[in-house]
Ligand binder design. Structure first.
Ligand SMILES: Cc1ncc(COP(=O)(O)O)c(C=O)c1O
Length: 451
């Protein structure tokens, strides 16, 4: 293997597929066909958690898997490497990166977080960072990412600053004010903020953060590096990594970009960063730069990384391609969110311009969502008894005076609804009437069966 060109080397075989001239756009029955493997009768309004993959992309993936099985040696030496470079090149173009060597493919956002946080941990261990130096993030950073900090950064002396994200939120200014205060905390005790972790779209509660401006604040305030966790971004928001300006930007392709489970890209801003980070699974390519390390982490199924061309073929069947899909998903999720809030007499968790393809909708206070356990109980009840897949968020009462209210009390529960191309208004009406029925029956969360 040593004499072979390394994984990811060169891009001489790469051609961006030209948008095929379509005679017509994909029809509703064809969309249904593409997602006919979805369990029928289930209202899937949680695309955010696990994404979705159309049949044509799954078929393409199967072909790659068969090609490997048909002639593994040939596949390993001549096909896999080129295929991964081709996918990286397509993503590079899509996110407006300067160089394909700044784009690596990894399994998921969790892997990317490990890559970034292990680098931070190493700097503490090597004595380059001091005890009062910190990592800053909003309190609702993804729990798995927080665990990476716990695993790699705090044991070697790093501290953590959690900034409370205002929620419900009305404007970016509220977010900037909180963040600036957090940065001041980081600089007290003569410490330095070494890394800011900013979600492009937070998971729970879900809000689109103004990352470009937050990064500007970070630069003004001397934060060393910024890692944008855009796990939900590609396919639901326009992502231009140069415009955003982060040192690291990760996005899952499997959530909103129709890839099979699972693949994500990790963008690193420049070559010095690329050579200073490592894939957490060490294999033959260790030390050859992140894109090359990541393209071979031992024998495994790489097929999900090879279907980017097929994904583009799929999205280009829709009017406006992926941009058109994003716009329709956004418009529909806002419309459905407003419909639910109106029916339940509640509110949206953020204005429409602060959401992409997911939106938070307040649940009636009479349901008494009073703990994370209640939220999980309601979520399970909706799934098991009504075939509705939707995450529920519990927002603890901080000060009832400033808490949003409906006619009966404070709103402490929210649904996070998603919209993807396979959804129809029926899915959201099913949720609406199921909640309304619970109210009519005088049920509160604690009365629901525990699954
Ligand atoms: C903001 C955010 N970060 C990270 C992740 C983790 O993604 P994965 O499970 O693909 O690693 C998620 C998953 O939903 C997320 O919402």
């Amino acid at each position: 293997m040593d004499e072979e060109p390394r994984n990811g080397d060169g891009d001489q075989h790469f051609h961006v597929p030209k948008k095929a001239k379509l005679t017509r756009f994909i029809s509703e029955p064809e969309i249904r066909q593409e997602f006919s493997h979805h369990q029928s009768g289930v209202a899937r309004i949680n695309n955010g958690s696990f994404g979705s993959c159309p049949q044509s992309v799954l078929d393409a993936q199967k072909k790659w898997q068969l090609r490997f099985l048909q002639q593994p040696d040939e596949f390993y030496f001549n096909t896999l490497r080129k295929g991964i470079v081709e996918s990286r090149n397509m993503i590079k173009k899509f996110i407006n990166a300067d160089d394909v060597d700044h784009v690596s493919l990894v399994d998921n956002a969790t892997t990317a977080a490990a890559i970034v946080l292990q680098q931070i941990g190493r700097r503490f261990s090597q004595g380059k960072f001091q005890k009062n130096d910190s990592v800053i993030m909003f309190h609702c950073a993804f729990p798995a990412v927080k665990k990476s900090i716990q695993a790699y950064v705090t044991p070697v002396g790093g501290s953590v600053i959690e900034v409370q994200l205002p929620f419900p939120v009305n404007s970016n200014e509220e977010i900037f004010a909180k963040f600036r205060k957090g940065l001041e905390r980081g600089k007290s005790n003569s410490g330095r903020v070494r890394l800011a972790i900013l979600d492009h779209i937070t998971s729970m509660p879900s809000v689109v953060l103004p990352v470009r401006d937050l990064i500007k604040i970070c630069r003004e305030q001397g934060v060393d590096q910024v890692f944008v966790d855009g796990a939900h971004a590609i396919g639901s928001l326009h992502v231009d990594v140069k415009e955003i300006g982060a040192d690291f930007y990760v996005s899952n392709l499997y959530k909103w970009f129709f890839s099979p489970p699972t693949v994500a890209f990790l963008y690193c801003k420049d070559s010095s960063i690329v050579s200073d980070v490592h894939h957490p699974v060490v294999s033959h390519e260790y030390g050859n730069g992140l894109p090359v390390e990541s393209a071979w982490v031992g024998a495994r199924d790489y097929s999900a990384q090879l279907v980017v061309r097929s994904i583009l073929d799929f999205v280009n069947r829709f009017e406006g391609g992926i941009e058109g899909i994003m716009k329709r998903n956004h418009d529909e999720v806002v419309k459905m969110g407003n419909m639910l809030a109106e029916s339940w007499g509640t509110i949206l968790g953020s204005p429409p311009e602060m959401c992409a393809s997911m939106i938070m909708v307040g649940l009636p206070s009479r349901l008494c969502v009073t703990s994370d356990d209640d939220a999980l109980r309601l979520r399970s009840y909706l799934r098991v008894y009504h075939g509705i897949e939707v995450p529920i968020y519990y927002q603890a009462l901080r000060n009832c005076d400033s808490q949003p209210r409906d006619k009966d009390g404070c709103i402490t529960g929210y649904v996070r609804i998603s919209h993807q191309v396979y959804n129809s208004a029926e899915d959201y009406h099913k949720l609406k009437s199921t909640i309304n029925q619970l109210l009519e029956d005088g049920k509160i969360c604690k009365m629901l069966p525990k699954e």
